[in-house]
Design a protein. Sequence first.
Length: 368
Amino acid sequence: MTTLRKPIILAALAVVLAGSAYVALDRWVLNQGLPDGLIQANGRIEGDHVTIASKFPGRVQELLVREGATVMQGQVLIRLDSSQASARVQQARHAAEALEAQVQGAHTNLAILNLDVPLAIERAEAQVAKAQDTVDKALSVEREARSDAQRFRDLADKDEASIQQRDQAVMRWEVAQKESASSRSALTQAQKELAQAELGWKRIRAKESDVSALASQRDQAYAVLDEAESVLKDLTITAPTSGTVTTRIVDTGEVIAAGAPLLELVNLDRLYLKVYVPEVQIGKLRLDLPARIFTDAFPEQPFEATVRYIASKAEFTPKEVQTPDERVKLIYGVKLYLTANPDHRLTPGLPADAIVRWKEDVAWVKPK
């Protein structure tokens, strides 16, 4: 019994030692000789794709970029035929300018009315006041003349005044009556002229209404012009962001529909390295962990990055990036977004290695 137990114990010990060695070797392989707290991975630089389309249908007049070209934000990529749009802009501009001239003329006339009407009313009011004063004086003279005429009549009847004195007094009264009537007529005319002058306020209100209507028509004309200019501008298609042209879908001379894709860009300011991390290591990663990306093109310049995406489901290693033996391993896709891309040195498709630090106190090292 003792003889049999010895080989069994030795065999068990050998299994334990072999398992420990395997675990240590596997841990070394997974960390690729890196200090504990760092994870190395590799992949290719990728980016967010931007599809370029036209808001309006038209014919491609100029195609100014090719696949693989690097473009800057605002750079002209495609020009569509703009002959009809340019004609509409000119027509809309002429209409808007004509209405603008009418509005300016109406404003000038309104300004003149605003000056003339108060002055005319002021003059008319002065004439009414003067005429009223004349009427008041004429009535006073008439009353006095009538009193004198009546007094001389009574005196003449009593032979206390001569017939000539009576007739002269009566004549003065008649003259005073005529002058009083004339002054009242002048007052009436002055009042009519004042009323006519006060109608100027109605003319001002009417002119203000005309100006408002013309201004509304002008604003509508300018809105039509703005829309026409916007359409004309949109027929020149520019890059919404800096990037690299990855796909060209149209050629010069083609007629396109509104919204149809024309080009595809990759935003060079939003690049990321997509890597695959084995299942046994994915638990060490979390969002916002720092990373450094290394490329053969710039071996001495690491690029700062951050973990921004960790796949929620595992997958088998993609065939195009790993060896056949490793395809059976379950891995998780991870995206390391670059903090910056100075001078747009990095471009999509560039192979790169990455170091992700999941322990803060561990020093950075280069990939092995």
